[in-house]
Design a protein around this ligand. Structure first.
Ligand code: CP
Ligand code: NVA
Length: 310
């Protein structure tokens, strides 16, 4: 398998389809071992420092539990309790962390700040969500889709909603695995062209396609999977009212689900807002795998940690 030792994980287009494949098979192995109750501690003595500038349930718990299970340790740090919150520079923080711990996980607003941290750190930096990317989520999503669908090549994955961080990473993930991603967003909420361009470069190697539309009903026809995320992401709280008006008609509900294949899978990274981006019937219904996705954060990230810190 390819070695990812010492590498960062800021976004998924820095990896090759082969590296993603290797991560996913290791993730499956991690999950099987965990289910059997096998103790596997390849990261004995390693420490991951985690910086959170935004709230988190899944990311924080899965990284903390994952490091513990691998024999290592994770410490969750809040920006306001670090000198970073009082003006110590990202560059100095990166160099100090590099002498004290083995890896850094960061959840913050500006993607540029994570790139700067990675530039100055001599240890791997993992993106736990920025305004542009959510690579760890997309790895767990691929693992979930693989479990549910088997082979992913040629599958139609439809994303309905905001052209945000989750969609950007999902597009890169789809490209790596040869899926056909269709993104239906309201006008003005399209994903970033420069990120899609990188995903399309990868897609050339795998036969994947990435298309954008404003019509969710049309997009959902024959879907193998339908994905949505919140309309107002963290940091966009004041736009909530406007967004709810602009996203009218973009709810994933029974009518939309019926456009997909009979066994269509519903995905959501969570947290979810029932009655807004998704109806209660869909997220709590038979097509939904949202809690499997949340659990798979643990297994996908353990594989990532083993490969970059190992
Ligand atoms: N999906 C996800 O990243 O969840 P948290 O915000 O709870 O970490
Ligand atoms: N798009 C959401 C994802 C949360 C996990 C946000 O950025 O808030």
């Amino acid at each position: 398998p390819p070695s990812l030792s010492g590498r960062d994980c800021l976004h998924l287009s820095e990896y090759t389809p082969q590296e993603i494949e290797a991560l996913l098979s290791l993730a499956l192995e991690c999950k099987e071992k965990h289910k059997r109750g096998e103790v596997w501690q390849p990261l004995l003595g390693k420490t991951l420092a985690m910086i959170f500038d935004k709230p988190s349930t899944r990311t924080r718990i899965s990284f903390e539990a994952g490091m513990a299970q691998l024999g290592g340790h994770a410490l969750a740090l809040d920006r306001n309790h670090l000198q970073l919150g009082r003006g110590e520079s990202i560059a100095d923080t990166a160099q100090v962390f590099s002498g004290l711990v083995d890896g850094i996980l960061i959840r913050t607003h500006r993607h540029r700040d994570v790139e700067e941290l990675a530039d100055y750190a001599s240890i791997p930096v993992i993106n736990g969500l920025t305004d542009l990317h959510h690579p760890c989520q997309a790895l767990a999503d691929l693992l979930t889709l693989k479990e549910v669908k088997g082979n992913l090549t040629g599958r139609k994955l439809v994303y309905v909603g905001d052209g945000n961080n989750v969609l950007h990473s999902l597009a890169e993930a789809a490209a790596h695995t040869g899926m056909h991603l269709v993104a239906a967003t309201p006008p003005g909420y399209e994903p970033q062209g420069s990120i899609l361009a990188k995903a399309k470069e990868i897609a050339k190697q795998t036969g994947a396609t990435i298309t954008c539309t404003h019509d969710p009903m049309e997009a959902a026809v024959n879907a193998d999977a339908i994905y949505t995320d919140v309309w107002a992401s963290m940091g966009q709280e004041e736009e909530k009212g406007k967004r709810e008006r602009d996203f009218e008609g973009y709810q994933v509900n029974e009518t939309l689900i019926k456009q997909g294949k009979p066994d269509v899978t519903f995905l959501h990274c969570l947290p979810a807002y029932r009655g807004l981006e998704v109806s209660r019937e869909v997220i709590d219904g038979p097509h939904s795998v949202v809690f499997q996705q949340a659990e798979n954060r643990l297994h996908a990230q353990k594989a990532l940690l083993m490969m970059v810190l190992g």
